[in-house]
Design a protein around this ligand. Sequence first.
Ligand code: MN
Length: 302
Amino acid sequence: MRFPQLRDLGNAATDWIVYGVPFDGGTTFHPGARFGPRAIRDASQYLKAASMELEVDLSLTFSMADGGDSPVAPYACADNLEVVTTFAQGLGADSAAHLLALGGDHSISLTNIRVAWERAGRPAAGLAALIFDAHLDTVDTVWGESYGHASFLRRAIEDGCIDASRTAIVGIRGSLNTLDDLKYARDQNITLIPMSSFIDDFAAGERTVLQFRDRIGDAPVYFSCDVDAADPACAPGTGTPVCGGFSSAQLLGLIRRFAGAQVVGADVVEVCPARDLSQNTAMLAAQIAFEFLCVDAVGRRA
Ligand SMILES: [Mn+2]
């Protein structure tokens, strides 16, 4: 979106800082999401600042900057969390700036959630969360790894940064690692809005989403979008694609339904450019990031 670079602003005060996390060491299937940030930036060049649907102009509402890419620890998920957390904590002149992370695989969300929670004043209950994903990401461990891309949500809940009872996962479908993942999500009282609830009657699924929106109200909320929430026809460039997902229009429309929400941090993850020959996935990811910012801008415009 041709934001200025944060370093050129002398690390000035900003409302939102976008930064990349070129890490895919948490991937369980096709690797390559480490190249996601540059692909999303490239695709974002055509995005302008004003939203047709939400009638808000980001350039008039926010001061925004690109914070560059975080250093990473490519061979170690737990080490990577620490490296990225330190980088993210240092972004911006003060801790008022909200952070939007571009992945990278979904493991990187844990760092951005942690820093968003800190910047929101460490609320004891944790942040509310809206997550779009084909997968639950509530796996305890995979191949002995507790910090891979299938476990970020479970770790964020354990850390107290996310309030499971005010968390929704939208678009879940297909095969699970084990039924334990589902049991954990249900036991934690996460609001599960599976793809199946939209198939026969999209409006019925959307009503469930709106009920969740009304329940979180104006509480600080974290947004995360794994691009595999979209169908592989719209977002082929991702590491763990699952058939039967949202169209781009459906996904963007659901995000816009949260217009006015108090978004305190966000990420868009799992763009794998090597499998994205059309660049459709990177384009969609850039648009999702734009919509996240517009949703927050509507609330601050007033
Ligand atoms: Mn995911």
